[in-house]
Design a protein around this ligand. Sequence first.
Ligand code: C2E
Ligand code: CA
Ligand code: CA
Length: 558
Amino acid sequence: MTLHDRVKRLVMVVDDEEVNREILGAILSDEYEVIKAESGKDALELIKENRNVLSVILLDLIMPGLDGFDVINVLKYDETTKEIPIIVLTSEKDAELKSLELGAADFITKPYDMPEVIRARVKRIVELAEHTQIIQSTEKDELTGLFTKSFFFEYSMLMDRFNPRRKMDVVSVNVDNFHLVNELYGHVYGDKVLVTIARVITTFIDDKDGIATRTGADSFYIYLKRQESYTELSDSIKTALENISENIHVRTRIGVYAEDEWDADIEKKCDRARLAGNGLKNDYSESIIYYDRRMREERLYQQRLINDMHDGLERGEFKVYYQPKFDIRGERPVLVSAEALVRWVHPEFGVVSPGDFIPLFEENGLIQEIDLFVWREAARQIREWKDTLGKSISISVNVSRMDIYSEEFVPNITSLLRDFDLTTEDIYLEITESAYAVDQGQLISIIENLRSMGFKIEMDDFGSGYSSLNSLSTLPIDVLKLDMKFVKTIHEDKKSLRLIELIMDIADYLEVPVVAEGVEFEEQYLLLKEAGCAVIQGFYFSKPLPTVEMQKVLLDKV
Ligand code: C2E
Ligand code: CA
Ligand code: CA
């Protein structure tokens, strides 16, 4: 037994003549529950009440007041009623054509003489509508009613095939920190946000030959005719989100791909639109950003860096620079150590800054090879200086979060000491604060292990955002390295100075010295000295130096 046989469906008969209502009612009432309306106006009211359960409407076209055409018009324009199938009741041939064009599903001619035919037609239309609904439910995202991703891709390819010369855009709409919205305000609210955005998008694309999809939780894509601007879309989303809650600010990022690149298929275009939108992550002044060739070039550049890394390592293009650190607690600043900082002298791009390739290599898992190279080079250099100059200086090396979780990490570090006959006083490890944010348990045990061997651990970029003061007292660290942003404004802004003093107090309590980096001016230096900062690194004393230059500084060391 199918669903169709099991329940008595609701049908509606709309006709201004009572006999017609009665006849149809009689024909259908065995199989259906029938409700009747005698005017267009009554019909609309009844439909509104029953729109979710109404299987079909049998509608007379010619009626006084609101006629059948008007009713069709109203129903087809309303998202909530446009799917209800309508069978037109008519005696005129051309009215029938017109109504089918308007979107009626079928027609029944008056006068009604063959009950079987009428029942068969009604049954067929109901089945058809239910069948398309089932298809639609797989083509469509249940929550928002937008297309599923695969359907969206297929559909947009069809659109291109039939209109190859038409210029189209891809728009990506993304909710900022959607997981936080869900966590903070609950899933019901999260869903409301998504449905609201979907509704605005649906309205926006209505007359623009557009289609839209939702993928992932909070990612929307639109494929549509090229538009002059998307400010209207952005503004409508903003207003709609404000309307569902005044106090909760949910922000969306809109990325637009409006290029005509022959090699880009729809998936690539979506990626690029999204890439553009992601550029807004930290930029709160804008809400729309266009993908442009610059981004593409940026991507290609990054790809080149990734591809060239191994050759670069082999050809000796990576150099280690040293930036001196001075102890400022005494009368005069005294050189105490240096930080090893990598540089890449690329044959084509010249000197590439680590800011360009370190984060990239961290993402791609290449960082470990670079770091190992830097550590070994630093260790070799320390040995060489000891041997040739009779001078000893501790070097801190940067340890990326990716390094720590590698099984070879500890063996690699310890073999450095063995291979170059060094001690843990020679090499310090700088670990960025953000590393401490993830999976503390594992990190702590690895660091404890290193400390038990005697290694000194410096927490780099302290205060850059992740560390919770709570866990600070349980974290194994030997030195706090202040994030540069505090130092930057210390001489202009009371708040930064206050913050630094606060951090000094914490460090005091933890009994660890504080290193300040990024010190560029005398004023900063003096303020830091006054605040009790132990060690300073920065352009004020010295830039990162190539080996020969560093050697000169070292020779001056008393
Ligand atoms: P970081 O570890 O915080 O290193 C300090 C950065 O500040 C260096 O940038 C240094 O050149 C710069 N700096 C030093 N003094 C001043 C100053 O007075 N003013 C200003 N504005 N900047 C100053 P660099 O060398 O470009 O390195 C950037 C980042 O790249 C480093 O930040 C570090 O996170 C990473 N990095 C550098 N070398 C390595 C490495 O060998 N391995 C790993 N994993 N990361 C590295
Ligand atoms: Ca560092
Ligand atoms: Ca730092």
